[in-house]
Each structure stands twice: as C-alpha cells, then as structure tokens.
Design a protein around this ligand. Structure first.
Ligand SMILES: Nc1ncnc2c1ncn2[C@@H]1O[C@H](COP(=O)(O)OP(=O)(O)OP(=O)(O)O)[C@@H](O)[C@H]1O
Length: 479
C-alpha cells in the first residue's frame, strides 16, 4: 500500500485543524502547512494530492498551483475557494486544478473529493482483476482452492497473468503472512538452477563463497511459485520430485535435511501433455504439481476483461500523483477489436504508450498504438525506402528527427564498460525505436550477418549499413 499523503495548505489554523481531522479520520495520511511557500518546501514524492486555500498571505493558491504544476504536472490539486472567488476557481480548473470546493463545505464533500482524486487503487499488485465470466469463475475457484495446501499448476500463454494469479492465490491463503517467492526456471542458467532452488553450502562448488539458502527455504511458511517449470531439465525434475515427495530439502554440499512447510504453485506456457509424450517432462512430477489445474485463457477469449484490466494498468502507471485519464469509446473499441497476441503484457505496453501520447484528460483512439500497426508502419517505411533507392539517391533519406534521437537514448542504457546495451524495458513509443529494435533483433538472429539481415528485413545492404552506423553513433553495441 502506498504511503502517499495529502498536502493541506490553509492559513486559517482552525480550519486547517478541522481538515486534518476529517481526512485523518477517513484513513488518509495528511501533511498540513500554513502557506504556499511552506507547501513548496514540503513537496516531495510522497505527496499524492493537494487541497489549497486561494487567499493566503504571501503567495496565493493560484500561483502555488502553477508552481506545483511545473514540478508535478499530474498532481491532483483542489482549490478551496471562498464565496466570490468561484469564477476564478472555475478558470483555475481550466488551467490545471482538478476541482474546487466552495467554502464553507461539509466534511463529506471534502472526503468525496479526496476519494475521487487521491484514491488511486494501487491497492494491491496482488489483486487479480477479473470482469469476464471466464475469469470471474476462475477467481472464485482460486479463492476456494487457496485455503487448502494443494499444489496448483497454472497453464496459459505468456502474458496472460499466471504470476498475478499465483500471487492472488497466495494472498487469499492462510499463508499470506508468509513469503511469496517466485522463480522463473527458464531465466536461471541451467547449472545454477539446482543451487538456486535448494541452496548450497560454502565451498560446495567453485564460486560458492558462502552458504546460501535456496528458494525452498526462503519460502518457508509461505508459497513458492515455480514459473516456466516446463523448461526444467530431466535430472533436476527428478530432484524436485524427491523434495516435493519428502517435503524436505538438503542444500548442495550438506547432509543436513531441512523440513519444509511450503506450498508449491507452478506454471508453464508450453503444452505439458505434449512435453510428457515427447519425454521432456516427467509425468509423475507433473501429476504432483498438477493436483489442481487452472488455465488462464488468452486475453482475446475474455474480452470483458480488457476494459477493467486497461483501467487497472492505467491506475498503476499514473500512481497516486497523476489524475487517471478515461478511455474514450472509440479508443476502447480499438482495444476490443485487437487480437492481443502478447496478451496482458502487450495491453500493458499499449497503455503505457497511450499515457505518453495523450494530450488532455482522455485517451483517444489515435493514442492507442498497437504493435501490429507499428510493425506495419515499419514495413511501409522499408518499402518507401526501396523507392528512394531506386531513384539512386547517394544516401537514403531518413527523417532523423530529434524525437528519434531521444527515443534511441531511452532504449539504450550504458553499461559499466561505457558501451550501451538495448534496454527492452525502456522501449518508448515511437516507430523509429521499434524499427531499431527490429534491426538489432534480426542482426542477433543472423549472428551479425549483414546480408542475411538486410534480406530478412527487406531492405538493401546499403540502407542497413546506414542504420547500423546510426545505431553505433548512439553508442549501441551492434552485433
Ligand atoms: N488479471 C490481471 N489484472 C491486472 N494485471 C494483470 C492481470 N493479469 C496480468 N496482469 C499484468 O500483465 C502482465 C503480465 O502478467 P504475468 O507476468 O502474471 O503473466 P504470465 O502469464 O506469468 O507471463 P509469462 O508466462 O511470460 O511469465 C503483468 O504486468 C501483470 O501485472
């Protein structure tokens, strides 16, 4: 839960005290100051909303609002206005205040405003948003099964929310005061996965400088979530099965057994039945993990989730200090018509882009930049280049705008050795950055082979050379 506070700026001591009491009684954290100057000093990342008086000695509420806006463009600011200044307050709303309250006001009006603008339900990352009948049913099932210690296997494509569901099950269980430990079995180097899961003693292998508890031990009293379990190699599958059967673990290099009180949840996006048939996954282990199977359908199969999850993602990215924009009907229609191959993770990216693109207080259809449209633009772009080249220009024509350069700066993160690496997380919204990403991925795919990369991208080797030179200028490590 966020520790964000409401800042109250009021020079009338009695009124200030009353405001603090009302808000505190309604579970808000409050910080009160008596002047605009003090408010500017008090401003920090914990301030999630401001109620300010307008007429104060020194700097007035309007000026304060403008100054606050400069620091924090999305901070909700509510002006408290006396009779006679309402018109000005209305004008101020046009210039950035989210609302105003006319004095004298009832306590409930103050609380309503606080709830409306401050109460961004970042309530919990653990909450599993479900609005579609399919997921509503799944959620009800999760609540019931959470109360037992049964192992649950969650199937579903990448980005459908398997980890979110696992966290939700933990949160709903009697183990929720214990730890939730998640490990992605595919992300840990094969030779380290055993040590990571079971722990090791100092000196048990080269590099084991000190003893370390494994994920099983770390999850004592709580839940261990084994993600991408389908990627686990056969010998480790056998060891995992033994640990699950005996409910005890031995660290590598130790003969001491440690009893376990851990509930195991697991997930995979591969077809486990097929993996078993092909001998890649042990059937006995699968049945131990799969006491209670759950499956998250692709987002496309639960369209009623789209609006609810989009709202939650927006709230998450706006945090407590930005007014949450609404999604216009045409924008929502666009979201509903898209097939979402990347599921909720892709929806998340699209919402983040929309928040960057939007102007005003609502997300418009044009702010929704879908991946396939972006890839499409990339191909159109490549085609238009070929036309340029056929005109025998000595150098390809590119719109190298400042925006492009900014975008590249955002997607490359410098490393310790001064080189830059591609930072997928920081990928911004514009098409050029996507284009550059595509070039790098294709280069990697063909181990840096220029000719093959150019062919795969359907651009000429000369264009590719030009683009690589541009990337290198930006400090990107090109394979
Ligand atoms: N029901 C939901 N409500 C809100 N956010 C969700 C929901 N489901 C997924 N998300 C968000 O979508 C993103 C992907 O979810 P998650 O990591 O749980 O997917 P996954 O199926 O485990 O993916 P992978 O198989 O790639 O590990 C996360 O940002 C998560 O917070």
């Amino acid at each position: 839960m966020s520790i964000a506070k409401i800042l109250v700026v009021e020079d009338d001591a009695e009124l200030q005290e009353a405001l603090v009491d009302i808000l505190s009684l309604n579970q808000f954290e409050v910080l009160a100051v008596s002047s605009a100057e003090q408010a500017l000093q008090a401003l920090d990342d914990e301030i999630g909303m401001v109620f300010t008086d307008i007429r104060m000695d020194g700097m007035d509420g309007y000026t304060l609002m403008k100054r606050l806006r400069a620091y924090k463009p999305y901070l909700p600011i509510v002006l408290m206005t006396a009779y006679g200044t309402v018109e000005q307050a209305v004008a101020a709303v046009k210039h950035g205040a989210v609302d105003y309250i006319e004095k004298p006001f009832e306590a409930k009006v103050l609380v309503e405003k606080a709830k409306a603008y401050f109460n961004r339900d970042a309530s919990s990352e653990d909450d599993f948003v479900a609005s579609d009948p399919v997921t509503v049913q799944l959620k009800t099932m999760a609540q019931k099964v959470a109360k037992s210690d049964a192992s649950i296997f969650i199937g579903g494509a990448s980005g459908t929310g398997k980890e979110v569901l696992a966290r939700y099950i933990h949160a709903q269980s009697d183990r929720n005061s214990g730890p939730f430990v998640a490990i992605n079995c595919a992300a840990i180097p094969e030779n380290m996965l055993e040590a990571t899961l079971f722990g090791y003693e100092k000196g048990s292998f080269t590099g084991a400088m000190k003893s370390m508890p494994g994920k099983f031990e770390q999850a004592q009293g709580g839940t261990l979530f084994l993600d991408e379990i389908g990627e686990m190699k056969a010998d480790l599958q056998a060891k995992l099965l033994r640990v699950l059967q005996e409910r005890e673990v031995e660290r590598i290099g130790s003969t001491k057994t440690i009893s376990l009180d851990v509930r195991v949840l697991s997930a995979s996006n591969i077809n486990m039945k097929q993996a078993i048939e092909e001998g890649r996954f042990r059937e006995d282990l699968y049945y131990r993990l799969n006491v209670f199977p759950m499956r998250l359908p692709p987002l496309q199969e639960r369209p009623k989730d789209i609006a609810a999850i989009a709202d939650r993602l927006i709230a998450r990215h706006c945090g407590v200090s930005r007014v949450q924009p609404m999604i216009t009907a045409p924008a929502m229609r666009k979201l509903l018509q898209y097939p979402w191959p990347g599921n909720i993770r892709e929806l998340d990216n699209v919402m983040q882009r929309a928040l960057l693109m939007m102007n005003g207080d609502a997300i418009q259809e044009s702010d929704i930049l879908l991946d396939d449209a972006m890839d499409g633009s990339m191909h159109n772009f490549a085609r238009s280049e070929r036309v340029d080249e056929s005109q025998q220009n000595s150098e390809p024509e590119f719109e190298e705008t400042l925006f492009v350069n900014d975008a590249i700066e955002n997607v490359v993160a410098p490393t310790d050795n001064g080189n830059a690496v591609w930072n997928e997380q920081a990928l911004p919204v514009d098409l050029k950055a996507r284009e550059m990403q595509l070039i790098l991925q294709t280069l990697q795919q063909f181990s840096g082979h220029r000719q093959k990369t150019a062919e795969a991208l359907n651009i000429s080797p000369r264009t590719l050379r030009y683009k690589i030179a541009k990337l290198k200028e930006q400090g990107v490590d090109v394979p």
